[in-house]
Design a protein around this ligand. Structure first.
Ligand SMILES: O=C(O)C(=O)C[C@]1(C(=O)O)C=C[C@@H](O)C=C1
Length: 282
């Protein structure tokens, strides 16, 4: 008779293994806190008042997705790390998240909680301009505003030097069934060295804006437009690859519009997509 297979481990043994792992995870998180404590001494957070480093975070989130395997859903692992990173940002220099809830309060709140957790205070505003103004008045706060539409050209307030800028686009890792899928821009003051410059954000004011011009531009760049009826013009927020604004300006002129002004109002990491079969790409 062949030997009988070994008996499966008892529930008690498996729970002991889980307790050991939980104690290790907790201990590692506390060690991470000790490192952050040392990092505060070497990082010049005081200069800008914010410890948020969007370039580093975009890179960390991409690597997390690439190495993830197993039955723990990606949504869960991503949300755990968002809370870890944001809370460690907060303990370095406390900040609040000012969210524009004019499009959808539940979706904006989900995005804020998913990306910044519950320790970071959440402040709701009824317009993007109000959220951005709150950040401009603060030392190191962040605003979350829709990345796809707006009733007001809030980005004009970012044109002056010293004003906050667009520093990130969330989610860092996009996918069709993302639990906090609302596309949002983060507006904050960030040290120049911490900016990601893969996508530039330009505030462009034009005359002669109409549906035809908008159609001509849509294949060339992502644009949020707020028409300005008094002058037959519009305030545009244009996302382009570095050095590509001239192409957009030429396309505007070719389509019959004229460019009144342009100013760089931020930059962020290229959009990073995880297709349904799991392999991430930017
Ligand atoms: O690397 C840094 O500069 C940190 O402050 C650490 C840390 C993190 O917790 O990993 C926190 C905040 C930054 O936005 C990026 C990363």
């Amino acid at each position: 008779m062949p030997p009988s297979p070994p008996a499966p481990p008892s529930l008690e043994v498996l729970r002991k293994e889980i307790d050991t792992i939980d104690a290790q995870v907790h201990s590692l998180l506390m060690q991470r806190g000790d490192i952050i404590d040392r990092l505060i001494q070497v990082k010049q957070t005081q200069e800008v008042g914010s410890a948020f480093r969007p370039a580093r975070e975009a890179d960390m989130m991409r690597r997390l997705v690439e190495r993830h395997r197993g039955i723990l859903p990606l949504d869960t692992v991503e949300s755990i790390w968002r809370v870890i990173i944001s809370t460690f940002t907060y303990v370095q220099a406390p900040f609040s998240v000012h969210a524009d809830i004019s499009a959808s309060e539940p979706a904006m709140r989900d995005s804020a909680r998913f990306h910044f957790g519950f320790t970071v205070p959440y402040v709701a505003h009824f317009s993007a301009s109000a959220a951005v103004e709150a950040v401009a008045r603060s030392k190191g706060d962040l605003a979350l505003v829709s990345a796809t539409s707006s009733h007001t050209p809030w980005w004009i307030a970012l044109e002056t030097s010293g004003a906050p800028k667009v520093t990130a686009r969330l989610p860092f890792v996009e996918r069709a069934d993302h639990p906090a899928a609302l596309p949002v821009f983060v507006v904050s003051r960030v040290a120049d060295s911490a900016m990601v410059t893969e996508v530039e954000m330009w505030s462009v004011r034009v005359s002669g804006w109409n549906a035809e011009v908008a159609r001509a531009l849509s294949p060339l760049a992502e644009i949020v437009a707020v028409p300005d009826t008094a002058f037959d013009g519009a305030a545009l927020l244009v996302s382009v690859a570095p050095g590509s604004l001239e192409k957009i300006k030429s396309a505007l002129i070719e389509a019959g519009a004229s460019v009144r002004s342009s100013a760089l109002v931020g930059s962020h990491a290229t959009r990073y997509t995880v297709p349904p079969n799991g392999a991430a790409r930017s």
